[in-house]
Design a protein around this ligand. Structure first.
Ligand SMILES: Nc1ncnc2c1ncn2[C@@H]1O[C@H](COP(=O)(O)OP(=O)(O)O)[C@@H](O)[C@H]1O
Ligand SMILES: [Mg+2]
Length: 212
């Protein structure tokens, strides 16, 4: 499933008349991807939900793509094998690209354990419109939280390929934002992210003022 070449021939791109810049001008913010990566239980879903709430209060247009959610539809044919994880991230990367083009701030919450796959998702983006967020918490902290009881099952050997236990997690080398959820509160993490977006002019001043 990881073949990235198109299997179709005779494909001709049909250009529209409304482009991303016009959509962004209406939205008063850039279309961008905020790519959360981290161990299961590190807080990707929790922080993306809280950030989306804050951005929506500021009248930003947002959309969340979350690991388990996409696996019920778009990626329901995929397993957690290394090959299928690559295909999973490839599809998310493509969908994130469509959402950027739609001028939307999309927040993706996937473990995305392989550096190469995150780089592939990043390579589809341009103009700094890919913000990688390392949601960092130690394995011990994540296992202590175990919000879905998955570590318990993984330790018992009933979940194969479980990141951190029986499958690797490759930490980001230079993420745009590094959150330490073992020490920072959810609120502090959201504040740090909103500040990053404002400081880097992803959101126009008028909307940014609503973050106060
Ligand atoms: N600072 C924090 N940031 C994010 N989550 C936190 C934090 N402190 C405690 N938690 C808790 O940790 C758990 C993280 O779970 P979740 O967001 O589902 O992780 P993930 O999506 O990365 O698998 C939640 O139960 C959340 O309430
Ligand atoms: Mg999650």
């Amino acid at each position: 499933m990881s073949d990235t070449q198109s299997k179709s021939t005779n494909i001709v791109w049909h250009e529209g008349t409304v482009d991303r810049r016009r959509r962004e001008a209406i939205n008063r913010h850039r279309g961008l991807t905020i790519w959360f990566t981290g161990l299961s239980g590190s807080g990707k879903s929790t922080i993306s939900v809280a950030l989306e709430e804050r951005l929506t209060d500021m009248s930003c247009r947002t959309y969340r793509l979350d690991g388990d959610n996409v696996r019920t539809g778009l990626c329901r044919d995929l397993t957690f094998s290394p090959e299928d994880r690559i295909e999973n991230i490839r599809r998310i990367g493509e969908v994130a690209g469509l959402l950027r083009d739609a001028g939307i701030i999309n927040l993706t919450a996937f473990i995305s354990p392989y550096r190469r796959d995150r780089e592939m998702a990043r390579s589809l983006a341009t103009d700094n419109d890919f913000v990688e967020v390392f949601v960092d918490a130690s394995l011990a902290v994540c296992e202590q939280r175990d919000p879905k009881g998955l570590y318990k099952k993984a330790r018992a050997g009933s979940i194969p390929n479980f990141t951190g236990i029986s499958a690797p997690y490759e930490e980001p080398v230079s993420p745009e934002v590094h959150l330490n959820t073992g020490e920072q509160s959810i609120q502090q993490c959201v504040d740090q992210l909103v500040k990053y977006l404002i400081d880097n002019a992803y959101i126009e001043t008028e909307l940014a003022a609503r973050a106060e």
